[in-house]
Design a protein around this ligand. Structure first.
Ligand code: NAD
Length: 437
């Protein structure tokens, strides 16, 4: 099928390469000219495992093209995806300006029949607004243009795998034609076993917010549990294992630590809160999830302070800056929140991340960046494990102890065994279990 994609960020670009990989003819557009030049050259503008080879393959097979001209993603296409950003406004509401401008671009360039698939995460009711915008802009006949909701569930770090073999494909449409076109578009994934859920548009839009808020709830729940474990001497990981054996609960997303971050959970939770407000439903649970997430960073900060006493004149090394492993995305990363907190308290903060250094430096220029783990930890009074990159599990702990000023590790992701850290002579603060002082 001939497909257009507006916005070539983490979602839009992955959508482009995944659809080209299954044989569709795809044009991606973005208003960021530098990004488009890079993409035309086969270079990915951000790190995502497996992305660049598929990008090159799609370009070579001529199934994939990129442009700054919105018309090229709309004219002669059967489906156009809207994948632009929906960042939070200061009050937490989703800012839908980019969605509206994409809708206007679609209206101006559309001629015949077209399905407009809303893939960005948006509050329920947005597809109606897109439809109305298109109707206002596109003064002639608009009968052939239909808006459907097709929320994206990919996870950064495994985005390609998720896009090629989705855990579920959700399509909200208000007509049989909308469902039929999307079924054809995703036929390969559906045949390979990905469940297809077909709903009306508002149900699909709300399902995305409901899923993200529930995942954030799991993380905040286990972090609150970690605080109780710290005060009672219990072990949060073992409790999570016990809980996880219950199929009604599941083990995923029950890892205590620095909390969630990234471009999705924090903003989607706030947008969901504002949506609930707008329909006069008081949903304090959503606020509490956020409060507990902020508290997770504070708990790790408290451990650093407990270990180091005064932070002025102390050097703290952070391992990991991206909001999770497998990505260079530092948007709303808890590591950076912790770094800011430590810098404000007078510490010098050095850091190493396998992929996210450039992005982190832009967000927080005061960070001292090192080219490897030992560059960051050299002379440090404390090391904080912030992101669970797998390579941090295999650090030479004897060497680490040797290069550090004090042998102190605060483990914000519970990557090490407390008994082993104690035996090696570290002062060790895990999360949600008793410290080894
Ligand atoms: P992003 O910021 O990485 O990318 C958005 C892109 O859209 C940018 O490149 C921007 O230049 C471009 N853009 C904005 N307005 C445009 C316009 N009018 N025409 C052309 N290009 C335009 O954002 P993202 O992470 O890809 O997220 C996009 C949406 O998908 C958001 O609503 C997000 O919540 C949702 N989502 C994100 C993820 C994720 O893991 N990042 C997962 C699921 C859903």
């Amino acid at each position: 099928m001939r497909v257009g994609v507006i916005g070539t960020g983490h979602v839009g670009l992955v959508t482009c390469v995944a659809l080209a990989e299954i044989g569709h003819d795809v044009v991606g557009v973005d208003r960021d000219q530098e990004r488009i030049l890079k993409l035309q050259d086969g270079r990915a503008p951000f790190f995502e495992p497996g992305l660049e080879p598929l990008l090159e393959k799609g370009l070579n097979q001529r199934l994939l093209a990129f442009s700054v001209e919105p018309e090229s993603a709309v004219a002669d296409r059967e489906v156009v995806f809207i994948c632009v950003g929906t960042p939070p406004r200061t009050d937490g509401q989703a800012n839908l300006v980019a969605i509206e401008s994409a809708a206007r671009e679609v209206a101006r360039a559309a001629s015949g029949e077209l399905i407009v698939a809303e893939k960005s995460t948006v509050p329920a009711g947005t597809a109606d607004r897109i439809h109305r915008t298109i109707a206002l802009e596109h003064r002639s006949s608009r009968n052939g243009i239909e808006v459907v909701s097709n929320p994206e569930f990919l996870r950064e770090g495994t985005a390609i795998e998720d896009a090629l073999r989705p855990s579920r494909i959700l399509v909200g449409a208000n007509s049989p034609r909308g469902h039929e076109v999307m079924r054809r578009l995703y036929a390969a994934a559906i045949d390979a076993g990905s469940p297809l859920v077909e709903t009306d548009i508002r149900t699909a839009e709300l399902a995305k917010h409901a899923s993200n808020a529930f995942l954030a709830l799991k993380i905040s729940y286990v972090n609150a549990l970690a605080r109780v474990c710290e005060r009672t001497g219990a072990d949060v990981d073992s409790i999570a294992d016990v809980m996880g054996f219950d199929p009604r609960i599941g083990r995923a997303f029950l890892d205590a630590g620095l909390g969630y971050g990234g471009f999705c959970f924090p903003k989607d939770l706030q947008a969901f809160e504002r949506l609930a407000d707008s329909v006069n439903y008081d949903f304090p649970l959503l606020r509490e999830i956020r409060r507990l997430n902020d508290q997770a960073v504070e708990a790790v900060f408290d451990n650093v302070e407990d270990g180091l006493w005064n932070l002025e004149g102390k050097r703290v090394a952070l391992l990991g800056l991206s909001f999770k492993p497998g990505t260079d995305d530092v948007r709303l990363s808890p590591s950076l929140a912790l770094a800011r907190r430590l810098i404000d308290a007078g510490a010098t903060v050095a850091a190493f991340d396998p992929e996210a250094m450039m992005a982190a430096k832009e967000e927080l220029p005061e960070l001292e960046l090192a080219s490897d783990v030992f560059g960051a930890t050299n002379d440090a009074h404390c090391v904080v494990l912030c992101t669970s990159w797998p390579q941090f599990r295999n650090i030479d702990l004897d060497l680490l102890k040797e290069v550090m000023a004090y042998p102190m590790v605060v483990d914000g992701r519970n990557m090490y065994d407390p008994a082993e850290m104690g035996a090696r002579g570290f002062t060790y603060y895990p999360t949600g279990k008793p410290p080894i002082r």
